[in-house]
Design a protein around this ligand. Sequence first.
Ligand SMILES: Nc1nc2c(ncn2[C@@H]2O[C@H](COP(=O)(O)OP(=O)(O)OP(=O)(O)O)[C@@H](O)[C@H]2O)c(=O)[nH]1
Ligand SMILES: [Mg+2]
Length: 271
Amino acid sequence: DSISECPGHLHLRTPLCPGSRIGKKTPKSKGGSVPAASSALPATKGPRSARPGPEAPPNRPPQSGRPSLGSGGDFYDVAFKVMLVGDSGVGKTCLLVRFKDGAFLAGTFISTVGIDFRNKVLDVDGMKVKLQIWDTAGQERFRSVTHAYYRDAHALLLLYDVTNKASFDNIQAWLTEIQEYANRDVVLMLLGNKVDSTQERVVKREDGEKLAKEYGLPFMETSAKTGLNVDLAFTAIAKELKHRSVKAPSESRFRLHDYVRREGRGASCCR
Ligand SMILES: Nc1nc2c(ncn2[C@@H]2O[C@H](COP(=O)(O)OP(=O)(O)OP(=O)(O)O)[C@@H](O)[C@H]2O)c(=O)[nH]1
Ligand SMILES: [Mg+2]
């Protein structure tokens, strides 16, 4: 499954793919850790439809009522592209692995190289919603690679690490970048990750809430380690995208902010 979903043709190696770990002695990893980034770029700036990213779903309102068969043999009604962004080490890869496989990548931190994706099909109100989730490298040196993928993203999960103040301070810079490269109507959510590390926490929940409010973003605190709010973050995104694309007259409007506020778990959530 993971092999079929790994964009091997991109010449990128990430922890999600076989032979993708930096320093791992495999034939693939020989020759240095910097990916052939230029071959991975979907296109120069231009109309989004000109050349979508590898295996990217078409970037138009998805059709409902016509189930499609994904390359991995997964049936779905609608497909969307979600991107994980934020500083290196905030837990993007771990969040994705937790969501996709229900596991936590403990141990040595292995930074993502370039970009990779995993698919997961969710059942949203009786509809099969496929999320193609792109895990980007947070390291500065890969920024030009990730820039090229923004414009095809339907949703962005922007992460910081509650135990790392710099990652929180950098959120504004990330928002500037998002404003520059992503679509104006992209669904955006702010996540403060690693809340299980209570001793090391330096960014208060209220600080995250305040920043999110300032920018009008839905916000949640998560833990890839315990799984807190991880499924919820992706489900909320899937619901919002599905409701945006399928406007059934009988359905009431979905409110992402309210949903996240209502369903989110956490220290101050008194549940
Ligand atoms: N305690 C705790 N540690 C976490 C959590 N999420 C990630 N980590 C740890 O943080 C480190 C970085 O996690 P990654 O998911 O690889 O970080 P990343 O954002 O993908 O980093 P880049 O690939 O460099 O952009 C790893 O050592 C993880 O084990 C979490 O929720 N709680
Ligand atoms: Mg990573």
